[in-house]
Ligand binder design. Structure first.
Ligand SMILES: Cc1cc2nc3c(=O)[nH]c(=O)nc-3n(C[C@H](O)[C@H](O)[C@H](O)COP(=O)(O)OP(=O)(O)OC[C@H]3O[C@@H](n4cnc5c(N)ncnc54)[C@H](O)[C@@H]3O)c2cc1C
Ligand SMILES: *[C@@H]1O[C@H](CO)[C@@H](O)[C@H](O)[C@H]1NC(C)=O
Ligand SMILES: *[C@@H]1O[C@H](CO)[C@@H](O)[C@H](O)[C@H]1NC(C)=O
Length: 492
């Protein structure tokens, strides 16, 4: 070996040593990150909880909230009672919500279970009876085998596949787009996002009467929309009419409230105005916000997570100094009005002669009807109350209310941007990753908006942040191989 060759070698060696040493060291003692979460709903607070589990005690987690922790999980007081004003029903197989409730020392109460009927604009198409056998006979008479097949269809074709997400996430896998996350549950779900629920259920063998009445009624009460919505959200909605639905005793908002404490997150009361990409500084992002005293403030973070919808009419957040602009997403949100009335409903409004026969829950199956649904509600403790919750897509007029109720003691009305306006015409769905270390949760709502969906997105984003931070690229956008299934394969 020539002298110059040796020199070259020494140089290379020194080069490798000097330059790789800090990198190796950095890998070993990589400081836990500082994380800012914008939005304290179930999405933001479940993300905080999952981040704490993944990153351990030393990570710093802040949650910015402009109003109340809980967001669309909120209660309202009428008379002596409190009622769920936003997200209410939880499915017994929603494992994150089930486990949070247990972990946080909260209790479940059963909801629903009264009688129901479907109103078509002039009369009741079908009404259930206090006696379940009579109800089954009536429903069988009207819908045939569909009424039996719906449960097995939901359980076998949907829920059992949906629940794969828990194994996938337990194994640490994360996805950068909504279709990839949904597709990891079952590839068929991706195609369900592009076809209407009407088409999906027709293909599965369900009849027109069942789709136009039962499925339509479920969509109107749960999303204020119709059977043209995509099959995936339609399916989530149909799971919402299965038995065993529950809510958290005392109010669902306690879950996000207690998750904050469990996650040891700090709540910063304030409205986030912008997220700025910092260049040449040790933190990546600057979050600028207006605090509760209307003062402009800022804090810097390694990782930022947006846990509130980025859509016109809903978001005031600007993204500054990014190489390519980050703008609001085009999909519209659905405006919904909830009217709470303490009083007596007018049975005639629904074509019912005998006031005694008004079902607990009145569903409707025609887009032209003002009322999406009207239900007699128990309070958040499960106590009976003389209070009715009416959902409508436009606020009812004073005259409407007069027709709907023969007497009223108290009334409370509020309108909100409730969930997306669902459409099958394939707009690009928002991604989970907006930029390096900048994540977005609420794109999941374009697949389906529900508490469990937000929690699943929360876990996905927490895993993305963790896997990116530690360079676990084998756990990002990679197919999850179920160990049980793999074992079967090798044994074959
Ligand atoms: C009427 C209604 C009924 C529903 N029924 C059900 C149901 O029965 N079952 C079910 O599972 N789901 C239901 N849902 C859906 C469910 O409530 C939502 O999917 C879920 O609560 C969304 O949670 P999130 O955390 O993603 O968003 P949000 O709860 O909207 O949280 C976002 C938070 O961010 C805050 N925020 C926004 N911008 C800023 C800013 N610039 N700075 C600081 N903070 C900000 C907001 O104040 C809010 O608290 C219902 C929703 C509605 C509206
Ligand atoms: C829920 O809790 C049970 C019991 O602690 C646990 O076995 C299960 O894995 C949890 N489920 C999820 C989805 O985390
Ligand atoms: C809905 O009601 C309107 C007005 O009563 C009627 O013209 C229309 O046919 C109904 N549509 C369905 C699907 O029943």
């Amino acid at each position: 070996m020539s002298a110059s060759g040796t020199k070259m070698w020494t140089f290379t060696l020194v080069f490798i040593l000097t330059f790789s040493l800090p990198i190796t060291l950095a890998l070993e003692v990589k400081e836990p990150p500082t994380i800012g979460i914008v939005g304290g709903g179930i999405g933001g607070t479940s993300t905080a909880y999952f981040l704490r589990q993944l990153f351990g005690n030393d990570a710093k987690i802040d949650i910015f909230e402009k109003r109340h922790i809980g967001g669309r999980l909120a209660t309202l007081t009428l008379g002596d009672h409190q009622f769920e004003a936003g997200g209410t029903l939880i499915h017994p197989k929603n494992m994150y919500m089930v486990n949070f409730t247990k972990l946080l020392g909260l209790e479940q109460i059963q909801v629903g279970g009264g009688t129901f009927g479907i109103f078509d604009g002039s009369s009741m198409r079908v009404t259930s009876s206090k006696y379940s056998l009579v109800t089954m006979a009536k429903l069988f008479w009207r819908y045939g085998m569909d009424i039996y097949n719906i449960d097995s269809w939901i359980n076998e074709k949907l829920l059992s596949k949906f629940m794969r997400i828990y194994d996938i996430q337990r194994a640490g896998h994360a996805y950068t787009t909504v279709p990839d996350l949904i597709g990891a549950m079952d590839q068929a779900f991706v195609s369900y996002m592009k076809k209407s629920i009407k088409f999906v259920m027709k293909t599965a063998g369900f009849g027109d009467a069942f789709i136009d009445e039962m499925v339509m009624a479920a969509l109107r009460t749960n999303y204020g929309q119709n059977t043209e919505v995509p099959g995936f959200v339609g399916a989530v909605c149909m799971a919402g009419v299965q038995p065993g639905l529950w809510a958290v005793k005392g109010g669902n908002k306690q879950v996000p409230q207690k998750l904050v404490t469990e996650a040891k997150a700090q709540v910063i009361q304030g409205t986030v105005m912008s997220v700025q990409l910092l260049q040449y500084q040790d933190k990546t992002y600057r979050v600028e916000y207006v605090d509760s005293e209307k003062k402009e403030q800022h804090k810097d973070y390694d990782i930022v997570i947006i846990a509130t919808p980025l859509h016109d009419e809903m978001s005031e957040i600007d993204f500054e100094d990014f190489p390519s602009p980050i703008e609001n997403f085009p999909q519209k949100y659905h405006k919904l009005t909830a009217t709470f009335v303490e009083g007596t409903p007018n049975s005639k409004y629904y074509g019912i002669d005998n006031a005694e026969e008004v079902p607990t829950e009145i569903l409707t199956c025609n887009d032209t009807i003002l009322v999406n649904s009207q239900g007699k509600k128990e309070d958040v403790l499960g106590n009976p109350a003389n209070v009715y919750k009416v959902f409508s897509n436009v606020p009812p007029s004073e005259e409407n209310i007069k027709q709907m109720f023969t007497s009223k003691k108290d009334i409370r009305m509020f309108s909100m941007m409730a969930y997306p306006e669902y459409s099958t015409v394939g707009e690009e769905l928002p991604p989970f990753v907006l930029h390096d270390s900048l994540y977005y949760l609420n794109g999941i709502e374009m697949a389906a908006s529900a508490m469990e969906m937000s929690s699943i997105a929360g876990k996905n984003v927490a895993l993305l942040a963790y896997n990116h931070w530690h360079g676990n690229l084998d756990k990002i956008d990679e197919p999850y191989l179920d160990p049980a299934l793999e074992k079967d394969k090798t044994e074959l």
